[in-house]
Write a protein that binds this ligand. Structure first.
Ligand code: ATP
Ligand code: MG
Length: 395
């Protein structure tokens, strides 16, 4: 009976002159998410989109649950603009939604409709009570609200609300470059970036043969999971073996991690320029490990002038894990393959590396040559969203 899906988008309706752009992007992303299903007519009105459903409504709403910018959705029945039809339809919706108490809420953007909202509420409430059993009205705390919208083209009646994942449509805030390891944190950082409307390119440093082909597959799978929340996802894989060898050969052990990260950031900034990305994103988290003290982060940051976004900086590990599970990256992240960093962690990494000493230690490296060799051997993959949806990801 539900032939229309009412989609609400909240935040983007606030964006002033940018609003049409934000809305068009949302519609584009929704169309992309519904690719392969029958064509769906979409109609935009203020703050909401109506989709006429030709396919399975569950499939459509599940797919849209992964589209950022959508606040919530309601399966809706449409009917003609007469009270008899509206009453019968409202009764069907009432009986289709579990509960013992209800209230009717009417909105009437179509001012030509002869009854005003309070009168409609009253008439419908009475009709529903008379024509159902064991139901009562509770205006303060009802089990369900029977919503009626009287619009020019017809009446829309709905009760159920399915949460969306909120945020902003992917693409509206630009592109970021996500430094992605095989760990738990960086994919979650990527998800948070996508949630705030960033399109992402991933950058992964790969140290073959110190890390196996499997660890690369793991990162590809993580990026695939993120691609499912955007339309597509570019992944740049950068060879890091020579750089790591060189650091190990020429630099003091306590600075391995700091210098390794500085090399990563230098390369990341150059890749960001190529990708037209305006910020780096990392899964760094204040105080989590030696390289994530404020002092370490500031010494690492010194080699770039591009902004570095750290969406997880103040999260607890348990919060990160919770989101990782919800977005489907956790099980991939815990596969037991080493990341290039875990292989080169010294026994006593400096937690407060002095900038001067780090800079001095780096003089032993052929930085320009190492960067050039790495950038000449990038591997680039484009991952397309695979529309397999499991659960709701809102939080
Ligand atoms: P994660 O779980 O994201 O790997 P972590 O707790 O293991 O984080 P680190 O290994 O210190 O932390 O890495 C900090 C950040 O540096 C990562 O979140 C990621 O953004 C980046 N990073 C680490 N290793 C790599 C890599 N091999 N390729 C790309 N980026 C990396
Ligand atoms: Mg890691």
């Amino acid at each position: 009976m539900y032939t229309t899906l009412l989609v609400r988008y909240g935040e983007i309706s606030l964006k002033g002159n940018n609003r049409p752009y934000f809305e068009d992007k949302l519609l584009e992303n929704m169309r992309y998410a519904l690719a392969g299903l029958k064509t769906h007519k979409m109609r935009k009105t203020y703050g909401r989109i109506f989709i006429e459903i030709e396919d399975d409504l569950n499939e459509v709403s599940q797919r849209l649950q992964n589209v950022f910018g959508i606040i919530s959705m309601s399966p809706t029945v449409t009917t003609t603009l007469d009270m008899d039809a509206i009453s019968k339809t409202a009764l069907k919706v009432l009986l289709d939604t579990p509960g013992k108490t209800f209230k009717v809420r009417t909105q009437r953007p179509n001012k030509k409709f002869p009854l005003k909202s309070p009168e409609i509420n009253k008439q419908l409430g009475a009709y529903l009570l008379t024509n159902s059993q064991n139901q009562s009205v509770d205006v303060h705390n009802p089990d369900r609200v029977i919503n009626v919208e009287i619009r020019n083209e017809g009446a829309y009646i709905y009760s159920r609300t399915i949460p969306g994942c909120g945020g902003l449509p992917v693409g509206v805030t630009g592109r970021g470059l996500l430094l992605i390891s095989g760990g738990i944190d960086s994919p979650v950082a990527g998800y948070m970036g996508l949630k705030r409307g960033l399109e992402l390119t991933g950058l992964h440093f790969y140290s073959f043969p110190f890390t196996s082909e499997r660890s690369k597959e793991k990162v590809i799978d993580l990026c695939q999971a993120l691609a499912n929340y955007s339309n597509s996802f570019r992944l740049v894989i950068a060879p890091f073996t020579e750089i790591q060898k060189s650091i190990r050969q020429h630099c003091p052990e306590e600075f391995y991690v700091t210098i390794m990260r500085r090399m990563m950031f230098r390369i990341a900034q150059l890749v960001a320029e190529k990708e037209k990305a305006l910020a780096l994103l990392t899964g760094e988290n204040l105080g989590q490990v030696a390289s994530q003290t404020l002092q370490s982060m500031s010494v690492i940051n010194k080699v770039v002038d591009i902004p570095v976004l750290r969406p997880l900086v103040a999260w607890d590990k348990s919060e990160i894990v919770e989101v990782a599970r919800r977005i489907g990256t956790f099980d991939i992240s815990i596969r037991p393959y080493d990341d290039c960093c875990t292989l080169f962690v010294p026994k006593h990494p400096a937690t407060k590396p002095p900038l001067k000493l780090v800079e001095k230690a780096e003089k032993a490296l052929e930085i320009e040559t190492l960067l050039k060799d790495c950038l000449e051997n990038l591997e680039i993959l484009t991952l397309k969203a695979r529309r397999q949806f499991t659960s709701c990801v809102s939080f």
